[in-house]
Design a protein around this ligand. Structure first.
Ligand SMILES: *Cc1c(COP(=O)(O)O)cnc(C)c1O
Length: 393
């Protein structure tokens, strides 16, 4: 089906931060499968883990104990504020699980008949019916009504707005079960959360027994220079959803929660593929490598180098660019609203210069390279980007 607007490129091979098309042209990959190929392409650790796991056992069923799933759950709970893990296959599915958990928590712990989940404008939580409803962007919801009931939207980074929304919804007794937020809004424009705001969100959630769910699908597993996006905000969530970077490119998602809100019981939720030996064995190798190979420190240093380079472009083209924002290796070059070009124009021009980039909305060019990217590769990417912009202005 024609669900994707694709660029005219067929990619056939990859190594590290580079990919090649079917004509043999090489590209620097600052997309990484949209913040997914944590270790880049054909990383020896992944090749080894995929091969080993395939030879040993790749899929059984959650009817049985799966040691690789246990080991990955152990690693995730050892390296986060969560105690429990449910495995699935994608970010949308992880958020579906979190929505179900929040609703059951609302029913059974708070005695709410029709629990409400508050989300933010310009958020992105996935493409299933419940997650497009949670997503605070009408363009993803258009033509798919009726949406799922039980969601309410507030502006991001606005503590007063959240406080009034909770007060209004809870005016005649509790109705709000959860607040679902990204630490940094990825798809919605690479928009980092504010520390003061998240402190206030945490306080409001504590005061009203509301669950704080952090969607870490795009920023989790080291991308921001810390293991989790929430670590940049000085708070701990109750529930965490993760996918993209977790498997380094094999399809895996997970929902994590603290034991205090683990209300799900046998029979409540399930997935056939979720947490099979193959994806868990590979994801564990990816996570251990992020931790042990200094990749979070690399994300911080390379991110700083990239932002410095991008700021020079902002200075060079004040009529085009407004600012640079981001954490670690998730960054956005922000165009002015009235600039003569849109993010897609830069992305297309960059392909001509053999550099892969991805828009985050019409006015933001997003940079989410593999966490293994080197100093020389950042410099090379900045050169190719400068040439791309020079070609279209
Ligand atoms: C990509 C993304 C999702 C959806 O993940 P899928 O694996 O495409 O379902 C959800 N939340 C955030 C923050 C994302 O970036």
């Amino acid at each position: 089906m024609t669900t994707y607007g694709r660029f005219p490129l067929a990619l056939t091979r990859g190594a590290g931060c580079r990919v090649w098309d079917d004509q043999g042209n090489e590209y620097l990959d600052m997309v990484a499968g949209i913040a997914t190929c944590t270790l880049g392409h054909a990383h020896p650790v992944m090749v080894e883990a995929v091969t080993q796991q395939m030879q040993q056992l790749h899929h059984v069923s959650n009817l049985y104990y799966i040691p690789e799933q246990g080991a990955l759950a152990q690693w995730l709970t050892d390296h986060s504020c969560a105690d429990r893990v449910f495995f699935c296959n994608s970010g949308a599915e992880a958020n579906e699980g979190a929505i179900k958990l929040a609703r059951k928590y609302g029913h059974t712990t708070l005695g709410i008949e029709e629990p409400v989940i508050i989300t933010a404008n310009a958020s992105f939580h996935g493409r299933t019916l419940a997650t497009i409803t949670a997503t605070g962007q009408p363009k993803y919801q258009k033509n798919f009504a009726p949406l799922v009931p039980g969601f309410h939207y507030v502006p991001f980074n606005d503590g007063d707005a959240l406080e009034s929304a909770i007060a209004a919804l809870n005016a005649n007794g509790p109705r709000v079960a959860a607040v679902l937020l990204e630490a940094l809004q990825g798809e919605g424009g690479v928009n980092p959360g504010n520390v003061q705001y998240f402190k206030r969100v945490r306080e409001l959630c504590d005061r009203h027994n509301i669950l704080l769910i952090m969607d870490e699908v795009q920023v989790g597993v080291g991308r921001t220079g810390k293991m989790w996006g929430y670590e940049n905000l000085g708070i701990e969530p109750d529930v965490i959803t993760v996918a993209k970077g977790l498997g380094g490119g094999v399809p895996i998602g997970a929902m994590l929660c603290k034991s205090s809100c683990d209300v799900l019981q046998p029979g409540d939720h399930a997935s056939t593929y979720g947490g099979n030996p193959f994806v868990c064995g590979v994801a564990l190798a990816v996570c251990q490598t992020v931790q042990s190979a200094g990749l979070m420190a690399n994300a911080s240093a390379r991110g700083q180098q990239l932002r410095q380079g991008l700021l020079k472009l902002v200075d060079a083209y004040p009529q085009l660019f407004e600012q640079v924002r981001g954490w670690g290796l998730i960054n956005g070059l922000v165009l002015k609203e009235d600039a003569a070009i849109k993010s897609i124009d830069i992305v297309k021009a960059a392909i001509e210069q053999q550099l892969l980039l991805v828009p985050a909305g019409p006015t933001v060019v997003r940079f989410v390279p593999p966490l293994i990217i080197t100093e020389a590769e950042i410099d090379e990417s900045l050169k190719r980007l400068a040439a791309s912009i020079n070609n279209i202005v």
